[in-house]
Design a protein around this ligand. Structure first.
Ligand SMILES: [Zn+2]
Length: 330
């Protein structure tokens, strides 16, 4: 069986950022979050950049591919205070984002499907979302800030070990194997979206074309088993590694002997692991086939990226004009 233990030894993210794309260090004594500019003061610019933020584990303390729960809450507060509004991948791809005037879209991405992102607690036979898991914290935040809706992308692994199997199995972190599919259905019912992250976090660069397609098709098939008919439109590349045959990241098929049919997948969007804020979908250079992200973990700071986006220049932020039918140009 193809299986591997998920370890956190992914590529050192900061080294992947080209020097010129690295955010400048923040001036000390910077203005508090949200004070930099108010929605009314921002000039609409729907060709500007927006962040695709990337979280992995949300746990007790910051670390490599980990943020603390306090930090996760603080990052939600900061994004809200600075005028960011969550959108879904489908809205980006379909160019149907409807963001209020003066605000900026943000796409949340959650990689690796750990229980730290979505834990259930059983209370007298009923499953409740653990309020200390990322989904619990995010839903509580949205309840308190109704201008945000449950939107964001979960790049899930169906069959990785160490509990990284659709948010936990085999009793790891108190999570029962039979809760995996209900968790995916819950996310979709709430309004979140699901994306492919391979079957068990395979380094796609080191496998044959056949294995690459098996990894991606079986992951899509597992999501379909949990949420029948669900169309997966995005792929987050584990470790940011492309298959040797890049085209297979977008399209492919694998023959399932059990059901005697070809399982096909088609990804319109592929996410890298870093690279800074993304181009607007209205920018002619928008390339959904290589979407940069803003990784959040120990050693990185969301405010550095957001400060940079509040300045004029290549990272200047997308600011909505409030009218989904027009594209405001600076
Ligand atoms: Zn990953």
């Amino acid at each position: 069986m193809l299986r591997q233990v998920i370890v956190t030894a992914m590529l050192a993210v900061p080294s992947l950022l080209p020097a010129q794309a690295r955010p400048q260090s923040v001036v000390s004594g910077a203005v508090p979050s949200g004070a930099a500019s108010s929605a009314a003061a921002r000039v609409p610019n729907e060709l500007g950049r927006f962040p695709i933020v990337e979280w992995h584990q949300v746990v007790a303390a910051d670390g490599t591919y980990k943020v603390s729960r306090e930090r996760f809450r603080a990052e939600l507060r900061e994004l809200h205070a600075r005028g960011y509004v969550p959108v879904n991948l489908s809205e980006l791809l379909d160019k149907t984002m409807n963001v209020p005037a003066g605000k900026t879209p943000v796409l949340f991405t959650f990689d690796d499907a750990s229980p730290s992102q979505f834990r259930y607690i059983e209370r007298s036979g009923t499953l409740v979302v653990d309020p200390t898991s990322a989904v619990g914290m995010l839903l509580d935040f949205i309840k308190a800030h109704p201008d945000w809706k449950p939107k964001g992308l979960f790049c899930a692994l169906p069959a990785a070990e160490a509990g990284h199997a659709f948010f936990g199995d085999k009793g790891i972190d108190g999570q029962k194997t039979e809760w995996r599919f209900p968790k995916l259905r819950f996310l979709v019912q709430q309004g979140f979206e699901l994306c492919n992250h391979t079957l068990w976090h395979a380094k796609l660069s080191k496998y044959s074309d056949a294995v690459v397609q098996e990894q991606l098709a079986r992951a899509a098939m597992a999501i379909d088993s949990a949420v029948p008919g669900y169309t997966v439109r995005g792929l987050a590349l584990p470790y940011g590694l492309w298959p040797k045959n890049r085209a297979l990241a977008f399209n492919g098929a694998w023959y399932d002997k059990k059901s005697k049919r070809d399982v096909r997948y088609r990804h319109e969007a592929v996410f890298e692991v870093s690279g800074g804020p993304a181009r607007s979908p209205h920018d002619p250079s928008f390339n959904p086939k290589s979407l940069p992200r803003v990784p959040l973990q120990g050693g990185t700071k969301l405010s550095n990226t957001l400060d940079q986006m509040d300045k004029p220049g290549t990272w200047a932020r997308y600011v909505s004009d409030g009218n989904p039918n027009t594209v405001a140009k600076p």
